[in-house]
Design a protein around this ligand. Structure first.
Ligand SMILES: NC(=O)c1ccc[n+]([C@@H]2O[C@H](COP(=O)([O-])OP(=O)(O)OC[C@H]3O[C@@H](n4cnc5c(N)ncnc54)[C@H](OP(=O)(O)O)[C@@H]3O)[C@@H](O)[C@H]2O)c1
Length: 280
């Protein structure tokens, strides 16, 4: 990965940090995108120390704010003319009922989907400039089996888990549409489910009283290092060169839910997202 610039969102812990460390060990220039400057700095120092790399850069962006995403992209673009890998990892299950972001978007949808849509679209010119950019989107096997349009567009409230599922379906619909849009540019885009991974996000998905169970289950779930393997594979393996618009689990191409292949729905979701975020 020498000479490559690899961006990881949510790089201060969990799978994002594991992937950022591995990119650094492989000699890439790593762009860590973190929400919290202090936590980001601690992780950056650790990744530099463990990898011996001097090219680990920290940028701050809060994905619950479109303004913050735009500001970060401007800072990145003023420094770098190319981007080879974009690993959209940041996100999670936001368990409080119908919390809205500063952009007035339900938090699960705002962070997990709409900000990823905006960030990726704003970075397309840099990915295309690299000649062979690879975009990796983090979905989940918890993706919804249907798209509730009223909930997606903020007219209806569902449970946090259902909103999470909706956000993870939307990211797959976006992946498939984006792959078509990027045909001929050399840039690929794929989505993945990382497995069940022992992270704060996974622990917090349980009700408070059941969270200690995660410690008992720990030997049976993946470590963040193991959970990041499919993303690392999609980011660098020659086996997936040119492969685009697919969904992966355990480094293998899998089918996502049937509705995700509905091209009319992909277009509708794209049009709405482009309007909401002001990005094409
Ligand atoms: N763990 C699993 O079993 C599992 C399964 C399927 C999918 N996933 C997906 O995997 C991805 C990574 O999660 P993880 O399990 O590695 O969890 P994690 O260790 O809790 O990491 C989540 C990362 O996302 C960042 N993040 C959250 N909200 C953000 C915001 N508003 N702006 C910027 N960054 C934000 C967090 O930053 P802070 O530290 O500042 O909060 C953290 O760096 C998520 O998209 C999740 O949905 C996980």
């Amino acid at each position: 990965m020498k000479e490559k610039i690899c961006m990881v969102t949510g790089a201060n812990k969990g799978m994002g940090k594991a992937a950022a460390l591995e990119f650094a060990k492989q000699g890439a220039t790593v762009i860590m995108v973190c929400r919290n400057p202090q936590l980001g700095k601690v992780a950056q120092d650790e990744i530099k120390r463990l990898s011996g790399s001097k090219t680990v850069e920290l940028f701050i962006a809060d994905l619950s704010s479109q303004q913050s995403v735009r500001k970060f992209v401007e800072q990145f673009q003023s420094k770098h003319s190319k981007l080879h890998v974009l690993f959209n990892n940041a996100g999670g299950l936001f368990t409080e009922n119908h919390i809205l972001s500063v952009d007035n978007i339900e938090m699960n949808l705002g962070v997990n989907y709409f900000s990823t849509f905006l960030l990726t679209n704003l970075l397309l010119d840099r990915l295309i400039a690299s000649g062979s950019g690879r975009i990796i989107h983090t979905s989940s096997m918890m993706m919804a089996k249907s798209l509730n349009w009223d909930a997606f567009t903020g007219k209806q409230t569902l449970s946090p888990m259902k909103m999470y599922g909706l956000s993870k379906l939307a990211i797959v619909l976006y992946t498939y549409k984006l792959a078509r849009k990027l045909a001929g540019t050399g840039v690929t885009v794929n989505a993945l489910h990382p497995g069940f991974v022992h992270t704060d996000n996974a622990t917090n998905s349980f009700p408070k009283m059941l969270r200690p169970l995660m410690t008992i289950f720990k030997p049976f779930v993946l470590t963040p290092e193991q959970g990041s393997q499919t993303a690392l594979y999609l980011a660098s393996s020659p086996e997936v060169e040119g492969i685009t618009g697919k969904y992966f689990v355990k480094k293998k191409e899998k089918s996502s839910v049937p509705i995700s292949y509905d091209e009319a729905l992909q277009e509708r979701v794209w049009t709405y997202s482009a309007e909401l975020t002001g990005s094409e």
